[in-house]
Design a protein around this ligand. Sequence first.
Ligand code: PGA
Length: 230
Amino acid sequence: MRPLIIANWKMNPANSKDAFDLARAVVRGLEGVEADVVLCPPFVYVPQLLPSPNVFIGSQDAFWEQEGAYTGEVSPLMLKNLGCSYVILGHSERRKLGETSQMVAKKIQAVLDAVLVPVVCIGEDIEREMNITLKDIKETDVSKIVFVYEPEGAISTEPNAKPASLEQLERALNRMRTLLPKTATILYGGSVNSRNIQGFMGKGVQGALVGAVSLDAQEFIQLVKNAVSM
Ligand code: PGA
């Protein structure tokens, strides 16, 4: 299986030169590596990052309309026109700022309409979050979505963060699979690093959503290589 590893840079780095250098190091270090990698920088750096045959560009959010009077928002269509191919939606850090599953549902549809791949984060409240977010999405579209099981307490920057145990991951995957088509892509997110990625992959996820470690080019490259050599 070809792993899919998505880098969530969050609100980092602080300047565009560092963003450019980080992306360049990752692209070079992963040349010829049999994995699909997506770099999701803050919106402002999207135009300067160039995709390679195995490193794609994504964003960390998008609005649910394609254009109009929505101060401060960025649309899926704009991201598509800048070369993005993936959009992270419903991350728990955005939910904490007030984003609801109903809002995530509208964003998923808009991202699909722009022919981009939604990367939808699902926390511990699996059934509730999935039922609301998928309620109005066509069955054929559900298989175009990448799902990420990402329990909030596993995110490395949370106080007392702990990655999900392999048993917890297995239980969550079983719950998610009962609600999804067989072909659905499911990733794991939360304190993933080069040493623990193989354990998570061994439970049947197709890859990972990586935060803190994705800001360290060498450690991130090693993580991707370890995912490939499963
Ligand atoms: P982390 O973040 O890898 O630093 O735990 C993951 C995420 O928040 O997407």
